[in-house]
Design a protein around this ligand. Structure first.
Ligand SMILES: *Cc1c(COP(=O)(O)O)cnc(C)c1O
Length: 379
């Protein structure tokens, strides 16, 4: 039997599950992970805190994750200079679960969500998964949000939830503070709308966090994750900051005891090492900027990046170029954005391997077989 022969919900028919190919290749630069393993001292601290949690595993975890939310609020306050209280923070198993809880609360059947494509595919999939109709507005040619088109889409579609991804995945584009304010205003002018600012990559950005905008805007939510900057994708810890009423509202849909004691203990240990972990972010930002400069030096079209990855093109057949880079031992991401591919900033050695592979592909293309598939943008 095939999936579509099962009596599944209509909005799931014909869809593919989210996920990049997991191939066995020497250099993996396709899922925006942090390439640096956690330091040994942190590994030891995790073991200690998890052992302590294990002594109480006969009991349910702290349902309200009070200690963890207090630590996350402390991190947000220190890193943004904007005071955030524990009551404004909520945590879950990855920011994808946070997004799901928000859509279960503010979206759902008969309601709709709007985002600006190309953007993070999970915004679409989680919307559908919660029965929320998904719509997407366009972007400008440089992948910034097209404000006029956005205003028109908001007025026409009257969405219940608006997604702003900053920095945006897969383009790397940060959304300017003024644009977020304008979108929030435009949405509220139509009807009360939950505006979700997905800041999964904010620690890598050239621009400050948009979190202070939550002040006085009860329907603006900032979502964050420890998967990228904290180098803890395997931990599965995401969180949000918003008006305490939003935190109270998601309690209506969260599963009881959704965040295990082991997860809470591990996240608390990682937060003790915030300064060390964010030290790697500085290295990755420098590597990201190097990748942008070197790809531009090869004559490629490279989107400005505020994240730990870089979108580059333009290719007549981006999938053929993806394959040619893979044949040289480097896995990058083909997100289906026409003409473009995405590479995650890795260690300097991994990035060298990637840049060598691209140079090889560009050189080959100048000779024969890929000529039709690789064409630098003529600007
Ligand atoms: C990676 C990513 C996330 C993080 O998801 P987790 O569930 O926290 O691992 C969220 N939003 C965007 C845009 C991402 O790229």
């Amino acid at each position: 039997m095939r999936i579509d022969d099962l009596p599944i919900r209509d909005e799931l028919k014909g869809k593919s599950p989210y996920g990049a190919p997991q191939l066995d290749v020497p250099v993996l630069l396709n899922t925006n992970e942090n390439p640096y393993p956690l330091p040994e001292a942190l590994v030891a601290r995790i073991a200690e805190r998890v052992a302590e949690a294990a002594r109480h595993l006969n009991r349910y975890p702290d349902r309200d994750a009070v200690e963890l939310r207090t630590a996350l609020a402390g991190y947000l306050t220190r890193s943004t200079g904007h005071p955030v209280a524990r009551e404004q923070v909520w945590a879950a198993n990855g920011s994808n679960e946070i997004l799901q809880q928000l859509l279960q609360t503010f979206g759902g059947p008969g309601r709709s969500a709007l985002g600006f494509a190309p953007t993070y595919q999970m915004h679409d999939l989680i919307s559908r998964g919660t029965g929320t109709a998904w719509h997407q507005g366009p972007r400008n040619e440089d992948f910034t949000v097209d404000l006029d088109a956005a205003r028109a889409a908001i007025a026409g579609l009257r969405p219940d939830v608006l997604f702003i991804c900053s920095p945006n995945n897969p383009t790397g584009t940060a959304v300017a503070r003024g644009t977020v304010l304008e979108l929030y205003r435009a949405a509220q002018a139509v009807k009360p709308t939950l505006v979700i600012v997905d800041e999964a990559y904010t620690e890598f950005s050239h621009q400050p966090s948009l979190l202070p905008l939550t002040e006085g805007r009860p329907l603006l939510v900032v979502t964050r994750t420890m998967s990228k900057a904290f180098g803890a994708a395997g931990l599965r810890l995401g969180y949000l900051a918003a008006d305490p009423a939003v935190v109270d509202a998601v309690q209506l849909v969260r599963l009881p005891y959704h965040l295990s004691s082991v997860t809470q203990a591990t996240a608390l240990a990682a937060l003790e090492f915030t300064d060390t972990l964010l030290g790697y972010v500085e290295r990755l930002k420098a590597e990201r900027d190097r990748i942008v400069a070197e790809l531009r030096g090869l004559g490629l079209a490279v989107t400005d990046s505020d994240a730990n990855f870089v979108q580059f093109g333009r290719f007549g057949d981006s999938h053929a170029v993806w394959q040619a880079i893979l044949d040289r031992g480097v896995l990058v991401r083909d997100n289906g954005v026409p003409g473009y591919l995405r590479v995650t900033a890795g260690t300097p050695a991994e990035n060298d391997a990637f840049l060598d592979a691209v140079r090889g592909v560009v050189k080959d293309a100048a000779r024969l077989p890929l000529r039709t598939s690789l064409e630098s943008e003529t600007e």
